[in-house]
Ligand binder design. Structure first.
Ligand SMILES: CC(C)(COP(=O)(O)OP(=O)(O)OC[C@H]1O[C@@H](n2cnc3c(N)ncnc32)[C@H](O)[C@@H]1OP(=O)(O)O)[C@@H](O)C(=O)NCCC(=O)NCCS
Length: 147
C-alpha cells in the first residue's frame, strides 16, 4: 500500500528530486519555497513531489518523481491527485506544471492543458544540456489545470 505524507526523510532525497530536475540549485530553491511530500511503500520512500504557491490561488507542482523500479504502477498519478488536493486545501484554484515534450501527453491525459511556452528555458537556466528520453530539451511548456 502506498501512503503519501509530508516527506520525513532525515536526508533530502536528492536522487529522486534530481531525476525530475537535474539542476541542484533549482531543487534547493524549490525546497526553500515549497512543501515536500513523499510516497511510502512499506516505510520506504518511492516517490516525491513539491508544491509551491506561485501567486494567489495558483500553485505549481515541481519535482514529481517516482523511483524507476516503481514506475508505471499509478504512483505518479496518485501523487498528482494528492498535490492537487493539497493545493485546494490551501486555497488553490489552479495547478501549473512546467515540463517538456516527452511528458506532455502524460500530463494532458491527467487534465492539464497548454498555458504558455517559455522559449529556451532549458538552455538559459541549466548549466548542462538537458536530455530526456534522448531528446535535447529547449523550450518549457507550462501546463495548467483548474483544480
Ligand atoms: C513521470 C513519472 C513521475 C511518472 O510516474 P509513474 O508512477 O510511472 O506514473 P503512472 O504510473 O501514474 O503512469 C505512467 C504510465 O503507466 C501506466 N500505468 C499506470 N498504472 C499502471 C498499472 N497498474 N499497470 C500498468 N501500467 C500502469 C499509465 O497508464 C501511464 O501511462 P499513460 O500516461 O499512457 O496513462 C515518472 O516516470 C518519473 O519519475 N520520471 C522521472 C522524473 C521526471 O521526469 N519527472 C517529471 C518532471 S516534469
Amino acid at each position: 500500500m502506498i501512503i503519501i505524507c509530508p516527506c520525513i526523510e532525515l536526508h533530502t532525497p536528492y536522487d529522486l528530486l534530481l531525476d525530475a530536475d537535474p539542476e541542484k540549485r533549482n531543487v534547493d530553491n524549490y525546497l526553500l519555497k515549497g512543501m515536500l511530500f513523499g510516497a511510502y511503500e512499506d516505510s520506504k520512500l518511492v516517490g516525491v513531489y513539491l508544491i509551491i504557491e506561485k501567486e494567489n490561488h495558483v500553485f505549481e507542482l515541481v519535482n514529481l518523481s517516482v523511483k524507476d523500479t516503481h514506475q508505471k504502477k499509478g504512483i505518479g498519478t496518485t501523487l498528482i491527485s494528492h498535490a492537487e488536493n493539497q493545493a485546494k486545501l490551501l486555497g488553490g484554484k489552479y495547478m501549473e506544471i512546467g515540463t517538456a515534450f516527452p511528458l506532455l501527453s502524460y500530463y494532458k491525459n491527467r487534465g492539464y492543458i497548454h498555458y504558455k511556452t517559455i522559449k529556451n528555458f532549458f538552455v538559459d537556466n541549466y548549466s548542462h544540456p538537458v536530455i530526456d528520453n534522448g531528446i535535447l530539451l529547449k523550450d518549457m511548456e507550462v501546463l495548467r489545470k483548474k483544480i
